[in-house]
Write a protein that binds this ligand. Structure first.
Ligand code: HAM
Length: 430
């Protein structure tokens, strides 16, 4: 007997429905905010996906040579593919450009709760604006999506890559070392991050500032940012970063949309392309992020395009489903008006198929009984699966251009004219 490959999952109807529901609401949100959908390939060149991602993701990519000896990999995220397009085919499109993608991604992570080797994201990228309102839009869009899905008690953790980078650049720490500091901070290994800085011979002032920053966090965003500015004074890049985050959060506040946030000065995300505001959304009951994003103003240039500022977010569909399940929030089932059409005899089967076609054209979900079972067994099966109405097509009724309509919930049945059938179902068969 074959099994799925370790880390790969089959999604059964209930879970598939939940996943598709989050996908559908994500798409609705993309339209409400003007993000146009693009579809990019799952397979990309390894070099594209490996550039400016993170050491961890690079190591965990599904990588192989195709039959033409090209080194390829299955995408671990959307951002590289979308940035490739913006640096090439979409280069001359007017800005701003808002792009939406949804689909499966692949990372050879250790399978555990909320961590899969194949998972799904809905991804939003906004190109062309380096202004704080673009960052604010990405935060508000994420909030809007989670709210529309009915999720409760979700929060945002927010930071700014420029705070740390402003300090370490001024201390002349090289990019590779800075990346390893960020990786350690991403894992909350503050002591180890300090050790890397110490080994790199940064100044005492820098070490003191880092130590204080790693402890600076809180729900009063502007108070936290005051402390940050005080801590990093003298490091101009870091001060500018704190000011930038201040402006973004002020815009969100002015919009009247209330976000539950914690600002964390020592917050870092693993990905190497971030240059500005970074954030993750989460629910306290789940200790993994539901989504994450941030600003990355230099990636398009790195891919050979013009310098184009960008900010975006990826929502983790699987984890949002887990959070909704934990909170017992279900998508509305589309089963209310489903119909089964049962033919009593083989000679009425043609008519049953014709009626099923007619009912579907009016928007009803219709199944035809295809197992050749008796009417009572076909009805029992429909009942088990929660079908709302049964249409029983028999030669006797057909002579009068009629069929039997059974309301499965009430258990009542009556004979109706075929010409009145659709109306009878829509009006609750009364
Ligand atoms: P990321 O933080 O690597 O960011 O992933 C975003 C979200 O994808 C996570 O918060 C999580 O919900 C989901 N995710 C990641 N790995 C797994 C996994 N192994 N199993 C289940 N879910 C997972 C990015 O991917 C960036 N491209 C986001 C971005 C877009 N930044 C700017 N634009």
């Amino acid at each position: 007997m074959f099994k799925t490959v370790r880390g790969m999952r089959d999604l059964m109807p209930v879970d598939a429905e939940r996943m598709r529901h989050v996908e559908q609401v994500s798409r609705e949100v993309s339209k409400l905010y003007g993000y146009e959908e693009i579809i990019t390939p799952i397979l990309e060149s390894y070099d594209l996906l490996a550039a400016k991602t993170s050491e961890e993701i690079r190591e965990r990519m599904y990588t192989f040579k195709d039959l033409g000896s090209r080194k390829v990999a299955m995408r671990p995220e959307f951002t590289a593919s979308v940035a490739r397009l913006v640096a090439s085919k979409l280069r001359n499109e007017p800005k701003p450009m808002r792009l939406f993608s949804v689909g499966s991604l692949y990372r050879y992570d250790e399978p555990q709760y909320g961590r899969f080797r194949e998972f799904w994201q809905s991804n939003y990228e906004l190109f062309g604006s380096d202004r704080p309102e673009a960052d604010a839009e990405i935060l508000m869009l994420t909030n809007d999506l989670l709210k529309r899905l009915g999720l409760k008690n979700y929060r945002f953790k927010i930071g700014h890559t420029g705070i740390l980078k402003g300090i370490l650049d001024q201390e002349e720490m090289g990019e590779a070392k800075q990346n390893s500091v960020r990786q350690l901070l991403d894992k909350k290994s503050w002591e180890d991050a300090l050790a890397v800085a110490r080994d790199a011979d940064v100044s005492q002032k820098c070490l003191a500032a880092l130590e204080r920053l790693f402890e600076t966090r809180g729900e009063d965003a502007f108070k936290v940012l005051e402390t940050v500015k005080e801590t990093v004074s003298g490091y101009d890049g870091a001060v500018a970063a704190a000011d930038n985050l201040w402006k973004i959060l002020e815009l969100v506040k002015d919009s009247g949309v209330k976000l539950e946030i914690t600002v964390e000065a020592g917050f870092a995300r693993g990905l190497e392309y971030y240059t500005g505001m970074i954030f993750e959304s989460y629910v306290p009951a789940l200790d993994v992020a539901l989504g994450g994003g941030g600003r990355y103003d230099r990636l398009i240039q790195l891919f050979g395009g013009e310098p184009i500022p960008a900010v975006g977010v990826a929502q983790g569909i699987d984890r949002i489903v887990l959070a909704l399940k934990k909170q017992k929030v279900s998508p509305k089932s589309g089963k209310e008006k489903s119909v089964v059409v049962i033919s009593v005899k083989d000679e009425s089967m043609g008519k049953a198929l014709e009626l099923s076609d007619m009912l579907r054209k009016s928007g009803l979900a219709v199944e035809v009984a295809v197992m050749g079972r008796s009417v009572s067994r076909a009805l029992a099966d429909a009942d088990r699966r929660g079908v709302a109405y049964a249409v029983i097509v028999g030669p006797k009724e057909l002579e009068e251009k009629k069929v039997v309509l059974k309301d499965m919930d009430k258990g009542e049945q009556k004979t109706v004219l075929i010409s009145d059938l659709t109306e009878a179902i829509f009006s609750g068969s009364k």
